[in-house]
Design a protein around this ligand. Structure first.
Ligand SMILES: *[C@@H]1O[C@H](CO)[C@@H](O)[C@H](O)[C@H]1NC(C)=O
Ligand SMILES: *[C@@H]1O[C@H](CO)[C@@H](O)[C@H](O)[C@H]1NC(C)=O
Ligand SMILES: *[C@@H]1O[C@H](CO)[C@@H](O)[C@H](O)[C@H]1NC(C)=O
Ligand SMILES: *[C@@H]1O[C@H](CO)[C@@H](O)[C@H](O)[C@H]1NC(C)=O
Ligand SMILES: *[C@@H]1O[C@H](CO)[C@@H](O)[C@H](O)[C@H]1NC(C)=O
Ligand SMILES: [Zn+2]
Length: 463
């Protein structure tokens, strides 16, 4: 890590009140595949879900900050879980693999995160190509999306549906609507997308879930990063963070119990960076908030994927502990799966040093070539009949031997050709399946010169 460079990316996106009034969803929309947008909980006495999410790259400092919030347990005694909306640039694949192996979710936040628009097919499939190859996370396990800058359009939502993603979580929602499928339109903040809100033509996203993002404060409007909004003179004392978040939480808990989100860019809550103030006071505030919130009965901290499992077959809070998707994460067996990081290979690339259990890419990932060929193919890639947490890439075998850990990736293989969505793209031979095949298609241009150690992309999202 030689040099620090900051990408300071700002996005000011207005928030619009949910437009439930323009929305017509018929009674034929029923679970598990369809749910109308609604303020009503799906069952009486639902649990209160807490969604802790982190955005952007996975780097050691940022994970340390995130983990500082997660030393707690759900009501069934299992460790809490969280979702990382991860980009490719500046991520260390070994750290992503560890995060995943510990039972957390990795969701898609593009390859580059570069403005003006990082929501294209190449960005979204490229992220899956990189993480499935170099972090051992099967393509089919990357099923959620948050668009960089929360910048989406009618077309990009339709694209998610065609790419078989399970859910989006980019849309703000001031009315605390429960997650819903977009079969009959969108009721969330439509960021001036006239063809997206309400029940309109053009949206073709049947069965695609939206997990709306909602405010985590009351006095100071922050959608993401409580008390880090640069346009608001916000109190930054730990106790102010706690009391503001807690009053929003208590209202929700006593109200419709729509999932309560805490959406963080960890860079704001860690040690000081050039142009970023030290954030430990705010981290302590968020931590104390989570302590207080989780003292209440029936409060569970889950991933987006767990929440969708719940939504498909909702049960009262009293029955949540017996749902299989709430089981404790299976302890990984220990071969280069995150528990033995010393087995990862260090890769000195022109743009910086990363590490991976699967060998080194021949060049730094780019949008055109997000999962470059590996320089050494001795390590075996995760095949589609084994979850990455059970895969030994050195012994080339699946360490899962029981029915409960058995898993088959029935999503299609990574295919970087956008024409493949129309059914006639090129055949991919890249990632999963053939243990020793090359990682990606094609070889990137060599990039010379500048060494970039840590680059932090920051997003402010302002009400
Ligand atoms: C959002 O995407 C559009 C293109 O779809 C682009 O023109 C705009 O600049 C993007 N906004 C941000 C904040 O990236
Ligand atoms: C979506 O899933 C279906 C059914 O599993 C599969 O046939 C199709 O190839 C997938 N399409 C994409 C783009 O992943
Ligand atoms: C990698 O380095 C090249 C050459 O300096 C530069 O053009 C490119 O933007 C860098 N990529 C990243 C992700 O920093
Ligand atoms: C896919 O099929 C269409 C229609 O047959 C054709 O025009 C197009 O060139 C094909 N694309 C590829 C990549 O083969
Ligand atoms: C993958 O495809 C490329 C180009 O189509 C080909 O050159 C390469 O040999 C293939 N690799 C494998 C392992 O099949
Ligand atoms: Zn981001």
């Amino acid at each position: 890590m030689k040099r620090k460079l900051l990408l300071f990316l700002l996005a000011f996106i207005p928030l619009i009140t949910a437009q439930l009034s323009n929305y017509n969803c018929p009674a034929t929309c029923v679970l598990p595949n369809c749910r109308c947008a609604s303020l009503q909980p799906p069952v009486a006495n639902p649990p209160q879900f807490l969604l802790l999410t982190f955005d952007d790259s996975l780097q050691a400092d940022l994970i340390t900050t995130a983990k500082a919030l997660m030393n707690r347990r759900n009501p069934n005694g299992c460790s809490v879980r969280a979702t990382w909306f991860a980009q490719v640039w500046y991520t260390d694949p070994t750290l992503a693999q560890q995060w995943y192996a510990q039972g957390h979710e990795i969701a898609d936040h593009s390859v580059t995160h570069v403005s003006p628009f990082a929501g294209s097919y190449a960005e979204l499939e490229g992220m899956r190509a990189f993480y499935s190859t170099y972090a051992g996370i099967p393509r089919g396990k990357i099923s959620g999306v948050r668009f960089p800058f929360r910048n989406y359009t009618l077309d990009s939502i339709n694209l998610l549906s065609r790419m078989n993603f399970t859910y989006d979580s980019s849309m703000s929602n001031s009315d605390h609507v429960w997650p819903y499928t977009m079969d009959y339109g969108v009721v969330s903040d439509c960021i001036n997308q006239p063809n997206l809100c309400g029940s309109v033509g053009g949206l073709n996203a049947k069965g695609l879930w939206e997990i709306p993002m909602s405010q985590s404060g009351t006095t100071v409007p922050h959608l993401m990063d409580p008390f880090n909004d640069p346009t608001v003179t916000a109190p930054e004392k730990t106790e102010d963070v706690v009391s503001d978040m807690l009053s929003a939480f208590n209202a929700r808990y006593a109200g419709n119990r729509a999932p309560f989100g805490v959406y963080l860019h960890p860079v704001w809550y860690g040690k000081a960076q050039p142009s970023i103030p030290e954030g430990s006071g705010k981290l302590a505030g968020v931590n104390a908030f989570l302590d207080a919130a989780m003292k209440n009965p029936d409060v569970w901290m889950v991933t987006g994927q767990q929440l969708i499992e719940y939504m498909k077959k909702p049960v009262p809070a009293s029955q949540l502990a017996s749902q299989p998707y709430m089981d404790c994460p299976t302890p990984p067996p220990g071969v280069c799966n995150g528990l033995t990081p010393s087995l990862a290979v260090t890769c000195n690339l022109p743009n910086g040093t990363i590490s991976s259990c699967f060998g080194c890419p021949s060049s730094y990932p780019t949008l055109e070539n997000p999962a470059p060929l590996r320089t050494d193919t001795t390590r075996c890639l995760v095949p589609d009949n084994c979850d990455g947490i059970h895969w030994d890439p050195i012994g080339c075998k699946c360490l899962c031997t029981t029915e409960t850990c058995k898993w088959k990736d029935d999503s299609r293989k990574v295919d970087l050709d956008p024409n493949s969505l129309n059914g006639n793209g090129t055949k991919s031979n890249g990632t999963a399946g053939s243990g020793k095949s090359s990682a990606g298609e094609g070889r990137g241009r060599g990039v010379g010169g500048v060494l970039v150690g840590v680059v932090l992309s920051l997003v402010f999202l302002v009400l």
